[in-house]
Design a protein around this ligand. Structure first.
Ligand code: ADP
Ligand code: MG
Length: 342
């Protein structure tokens, strides 16, 4: 069992009180380096199987194309950028990189898709192995500003321009969010109105208008209890980042996979962050950026990114909540549904 499944942060339960689904279809798969589940509540079984097949296939293509060190498009792009300052890119990947650069700017560089060479240096690029030792301090230097990186050109002829060679673009901080958006699109196109997709603790909920929300338990990352409960309604993504997902301990210090681009070291201060937003890609980038922001810049960076619902737990277990998130946590508790929890 890997660290991720041991410490799976978010689990979800469907509220069944209001409507009893006629059909529930469940698919478990392994993708994006993690376990994923697709739950479809309101389609006949054969249709649900068909759409789950489509999702499974699409996720495997996206995982291949968006993985920075593989054989897919992003891996090839990075191999080109090793010795070139520009390279052509498909419209889909180009738009994803473009969006991630906008989010870099909005987050004050805390989320940065050009963090790839640092991720590689720390050994967090290979999801199958966990690094055991910290790199030498003199080798850890921040790559400096990546402001020169941009995506230009019209659809059909976009290029990534880096301004220097050796830039490694890593979309690991938004790939699952972008993939959740694609899952939601496929589910809606197939007519599903009630469904839940969970990519290793990052999830998206589809609910019918006025139908029951999904109840999401947010687990305390350092204990066996629930840090909070929230209700997710149609189109909302609940995305978490934490220092418990991929990490190693050395000299009684924890080194994890979210790197502060300014220092070149794993971010300090925050232990876990959960963000809720209707834009899963934004939620994913924000969760990563807020880990880097830590408690001091939590409110500022949430605001700059336009995130209303965010929670952060720091090293001492203190919970920081935006106003909207605080109201939602209270709401969920006030419903008195805790008995539904396992
Ligand atoms: P996970 O994908 O494990 O749920 P995140 O969404 O926070 O968690 O993404 C972490 C991944 O993002 C890392 O494994 C790495 O590939 C990449 N990454 C690490 N630090 C940053 C950063 N500061 N900005 C953007 N991406 C990052
Ligand atoms: Mg993220």
């Amino acid at each position: 069992m890997n660290a991720r499944s041991l410490f799976l942060l978010v689990f979800a339960l469907s509220l069944t009180a209001c409507s009893q689904p006629t059909e529930t279809y469940d698919r478990t798969l392994y993708t994006f380096g993690t376990l994923a589940t697709v739950q479809i509540y309101d389609l006949p079984r054969d249709e649900a199987i068909e759409i789950a097949d489509q999702i499974e296939l699409r996720l495997s293509v996206l995982n291949r194309d968006w993985y920075a060190w593989g054989d897919g498009e992003l891996g090839q792009l990075n191999r080109t950028l090793a010795d070139a300052e520009q390279a052509p890119v498909s419209d889909l990947l180009g738009s994803l990189i473009k969006r991630s650069l906008e989010l870099r700017d909005l987050s004050g560089g805390r989320f940065d898709p050009a963090v790839g060479s640092l991720v590689e240096l720390w050994g967090f690029h290979d999801s199958k192995t966990t690094p055991v030792r910290k790199p030498a301090d003199q080798d850890i230097r921040s790559d400096g500003s990546t402001l020169g990186v941009s995506v230009t050109g019209e659809n059909g002829s976009q290029i990534v321009v880096t301004g220097r060679t050796g830039i490694v673009i890593d979309l690991g901080g938004i790939a699952k969010g972008a993939a959740l958006a694609e899952c939601a699109r496929l589910l809606r196109a197939a007519g599903a109105r009630r469904a839940l997709v969970n990519l290793g603790g990052d999830l998206i909920a589809l609910t019918e208008e006025g139908g029951p929300e999904f109840r999401i338990g947010i687990q305390n990352p350092r204990a066996e209890d629930i840090a909070g409960l929230i209700l997710a309604s149609d189109g909302e993504a609940v995305v978490s980042s934490g220092d418990y997902e991929r990490f190693f301990d050395s000299d009684e210090q924890r080194f994890h996979h979210i790197i502060d681009p300014e220092t070149g070291y794993p971010s300090a201060g925050a232990v876990a962050v959960t963000v809720i937003d209707k834009d899963p890609l934004l939620a994913d980038a924000a969760a990563t950026a807020l880990m880097v922001a830590g408690p001091d810049a939590f409110y500022l960076v949430s605001k700059d990114l336009g995130i209303e619902n965010a929670a952060l737990i720091d090293q001492s277990g203190t919970l920081y909540l935006t106003d909207a998130m605080q109201a939602r946590l209270v709401d969920a508790r006030a419903r008195g549904d805790e008995a539904v929890l396992p």
